[in-house]
Design a protein around this ligand. Sequence first.
Ligand SMILES: [Zn+2]
Ligand SMILES: [Zn+2]
Length: 150
Amino acid sequence: MPEMRDRVEFAVPPGQIVVHRATCPRGCPLMAKDHPIHGHPSIRVRVRHEGRTGLLYLDPVYGSHDNESELEVPANAIAELSCPSCGTSLRHPEMTCALCAAPMFLLHLPGGGFVEACLRNRCFQHRLHVVTGEQVMQQMFDRIGMDSFL
Ligand SMILES: [Zn+2]
Ligand SMILES: [Zn+2]
């Protein structure tokens, strides 16, 4: 995990960025090409709640929340998420949600960036963190286009 000072946080307009290469903390790819949402591969994780498990497909469009779950999790319940390949928990050991104080989970991105999001069902607090570095910045700008900023 990069130091705080090496990170920059972007306020990205909803719907402008699609997560393409999320992984678990151990590096397993999580993208589900066979389960697209909004025409893009979704992010496949395992969800557990009160002893039941299922697959959860996260909307890859940043700021959009059209997730699809095999498991019915009640609104406002806190679920556990893990990697479907290696079983590693995606829960961050320390981070808590600024809105509801629930634990947060992380999706790792190429180049050391990550998406953090609240584990409480229907709490939509989440943030995209991108590690500073010219290459990563350039990729961001290439993908979003400068128009979104002007
Ligand atoms: Zn894994
Ligand atoms: Zn929350």
